[in-house]
Design a protein around this ligand. Structure first.
Ligand code: PHE
Length: 403
């Protein structure tokens, strides 16, 4: 539906058989909510940045530098290979990722910039930006969200704080990998980096949620860190996963030209954090240009506590759609069509029924689409129009057979 080329941020890219970005998603590029004055995502970013600037100083100056203007268009190599993501990893699947073509894509995480920023000579930095994933549609998922990434590297001297000639402890060894460490790290290296990482991030959570916040560390897996963890906080009667992190894979640090250093990295989503911190009930609100939303954050200092007051919710309209699916069908293709036509009128899409025809063996899917406008009441007629457009586009583009 683009022809042979498409244009993103002023650059023209040839399209090919991997292209799966949609106009609805491309339209979000360049909005840079994280840099928009008075936007809750900007307030969150500034609050996190202030923690890193205040807490970590080098001769009175901030140790961490921030990058908030890197383009979300990256190569597959930057997003995956530079981070040692295996060729067959699920995250590379076109049903999970937005591809521009066989070389370029929309970054799926801010980790895509780790290697290049280290290569440019940085030891301590944060990156903020919009990231893109093909995903479910509900109050907490949206094809675009924002992440903050942090990386810190240490030299031998910085880590062991010793000007010692007695080289009793060293950064590296040719050892073996186990649950506590990588083959090239000594146990001391791994444990001290882990301690520094955990202290830094626990400090960040206290800075955000107050010193009384309850936290727990959960073991995790990422191709670009080992060991890896997720940090969860206990908030309003539930455990919430806040971030992923770990000791950076030495192979990655080495490929970035910093072989004499070792360090940690973390990545955290901003929307979920902002939703908890400011009591924002729906992820679509971040894209609202309505003063009823943005006005509540205007003129606020990033360290202020803000509680968003929901305008009472307008009623829902629920319509189902059922169709026979062709081979190679993926639900994310359907979700993109719903996004393209319904935009932010759609609150949720749920696969409610799935069955196989006893004779023809073909499969049928039934999706329930919940429509709700954030700022007014929708009429059944308005909803029917959108719903019918979704039906006909699904039929013509995905080859589904409406029942
Ligand atoms: N990029 C990971 C994600 O999006 C998070 C992460 C960043 C994990 C850095 C480890 C280190 O889930």
């Amino acid at each position: 539906n683009f022809g042979n080329t498409l244009k993103v941020l002023g650059t023209t890219y040839p399209t090919d058989n991997l292209t799966n970005v949609t106009p609805a998603v491309l339209e979000k590029i360049g909005k840079n909510l994280h840099n928009q004055a008075n936007h809750p995502l900007q307030l969150i970013f500034k609050r996190i940045e202030s923690y890193f600037h205040k807490t970590f100083l080098k001769r009175g100056n901030p140790l961490f530098s921030s990058y908030d203007w890197l383009s979300p268009v990256v190569t597959h190599e930057q997003n995956f290979d530079s981070l040692l993501v295996p060729k067959n990893h699920i995250s590379r699947s076109p049903s999970d990722t937005y591809y521009i073509n066989s070389e370029y894509m929309l970054r799926a995480h801010t980790s895509a910039h780790q290697r290049d920023l280290i290569q440019s000579g940085l030891d301590a930095f944060i990156v903020v930006g919009d990231v893109y994933r093909r995903d479910a549609i509900d109050a907490t998922h949206y094809p675009v969200f924002h992440q903050i990434e942090g990386v810190r590297l240490f030299s031998d001297f910085q880590l062991f704080n010793s000007g010692s000639d007695s080289k009793s402890v060293t950064l590296f060894e040719n050892g073996s990998r186990d649950e506590h460490k990588q083959e090239f790290h000594t146990l001391e290296t791994s444990k001290i980096i882990e301690l520094d990482l955990k202290n830094s991030l626990e400090g960040l959570m206290k800075h955000l949620f107050g010193s009384e916040v309850t936290m727990r560390w959960v073991n995790a897996y990422f191709p670009f860190t080992h060991p890896s963890w997720e940090l969860e906080i206990y908030y309003q009667d539930e455990w919430i996963e806040m971030l992923g992190c770990g000791v950076m894979e030495q192979k990655l640090v080495h490929s970035a030209g910093a072989s004499d250093k070792a360090g940690w990295a973390f990545g955290m989503g901003l929307e979920r954090l902002a939703m908890k911190l400011y009591s924002i009930p729906d992820i679509r609100l971040f894209w609202s240009t309505d003063t009823g939303f943005l006005g509540q954050f205007e003129g606020k200092n990033f360290n202020e506590n803000i509680t968003y007051k929901s305008v009472s919710k307008y009623p829902q309209c629920v319509n189902d759609i059922s169709f026979w699916i062709p081979e190679n069908y993926s639900s994310s293709d359907f979700y993109d069509i719903v996004r393209s036509i319904g935009g932010d009128l759609v609150e949720q899409v749920k696969l409610v029924d799935e069955f196989q025809h006893p004779k023809k063996k073909s499969f049928s899917h039934c999706y329930r689409i919940v429509y709700r406008h954030m700022e007014k009441t929708l009429t059944q007629e308005e909803v029917n129009q959108v719903h019918q457009q979704i039906e006909s586009l699904a039929a013509s583009q995905l080859g589904v057979e409406i029942r």
